[in-house]
Ligand binder design. Structure first.
Ligand code: NAD
Length: 294
């Protein structure tokens, strides 16, 4: 959360508090987890961590902590960075065939000698709690996927929680990755928003961003967006995670835009915690699907 030393304490009502929304999502899982436990099932997620990239280690730890809070069993497999693609595929296959495992997640990024697409496709769609399997991503088009990717789904939940109407709104997304921008654009279209997706090659991005009622930035470029990019009253969702002068920050220069925006997510404490909470929700739903089908 922003600190008062920056003189922005008065803007607290503009902040979309990701930690609060994550806590709400997590607490709403309790009933389902209790039901599963009474039926003899403990929801279980396996996280595969390849190597020891410091950021990935922190993300995996955050997921473990959230699982513990929710009553989900969380197991971690740490694999050396020189693992071969076939060894990793074998590991995934073992987990696919283990009926006690409901969710499988391979922490990204993975080493370059391994084909990321092959790994995502190897995870059983029924256990694809990250929502990256092409089967689940394809089902986003019809709006009935079992597992929506955690960050885009988390963003939709944050907008809903904050009562921000999407129908008829100009939504501009900066960044078109397969894990954020692309699936999110479809999910927003399913809500009848008018969506523009920008990328590094887009000419004069300000022309686009200044038309945005809702601006979602997912580039990882620290403080790419300042007040000259946003119109008055814009809602800003900052997905980016970067470092500036040794401190974690987002794509958006918070202090610069805060006067103009109507709502904004901080970094840290914005999209990140909600992404993890949605992962927990997907894991519980995977366990419920297992129970229904068994
Ligand atoms: P990526 O590198 O796969 O994609 C970045 C996208 O941004 C690309 O489409 C690129 O064309 C675009 N881009 C980069 N610079 C640009 C510029 N100057 N102008 C316009 N477009 C530009 O990244 P990603 O995996 O989508 O992640 C993006 C950021 O979001 C990273 O900082 C990542 O750490 C963060 N992230 C956060 C969460 C979370 O839970 N908070 C989840 C996923 C990603």
């Amino acid at each position: 959360m922003p600190d008062k030393a920056h003189g922005i304490a008065n803007f607290e009502d503009k902040i979309i508090d990701g930690r609060k929304i994550a806590a709400y999502i997590e607490s709403s899982l309790k009933e389902k987890v209790d039901y599963l436990k009474n039926s003899g099932i403990i929801p279980c997620i396996y996280v595969i961590l390849i190597g020891n990239d410091p950021a990935s280690v922190i993300y995996v730890k955050n997921k473990e902590n959230a699982a513990n809070r929710c009553g989900i069993m969380s197991k971690k497999i740490i694999i050396p960075v020189n693992i071969s693609e076939s060894e990793l595929l074998n590991k995934i296959n073992e987990l696919n065939n283990d009926s006690l495992v409901h969710g499988i997640l391979v922490q990204l990024p993975i080493p370059l000698h391994i084909d990321e697409n092959k790994i995502m496709e190897a995870i059983s769609p029924d256990k694809d709690v990250d929502g990256f399997h092409p089967f689940n991503e394809g089902k986003i088009f019809t709006g009935n996927s079992s597992f929506y990717p955690c960050t885009p789904f988390g963003i939709i939940k944050m907008l809903d929680y904050s009562n921000i109407e999407l129908k008829g709104k100009n939504v501009v997304i900066i960044g078109q990755s397969i894990i954020v921008g692309k699936p999110l654009s479809i999910m927003l279209m399913n809500r009848n928003a008018t969506v523009s997706v920008l990328n590094i090659h887009t000419k004069n991005i300000k022309c686009w961003t200044k038309m945005a009622d809702v601006l979602i930035s997912a580039t990882g470029k620290a403080h790419l967006i300042d007040e000259s990019f946003v119109k008055d009253g814009c809602v800003v969702i900052d997905v980016g995670i970067a470092k500036l002068n040794g401190k974690i920050c987002g794509d958006v220069n918070f202090d610069s835009v805060i006067q103009k925006v109507s709502k904004i997510t901080p970094v840290p404490g914005g999209v990140g915690p909600v992404t993890v909470a949605v992962l927990m929700e997907n894991t519980v739903n995977a366990a419920l699907q297992f129970l229904t089908n068994s």
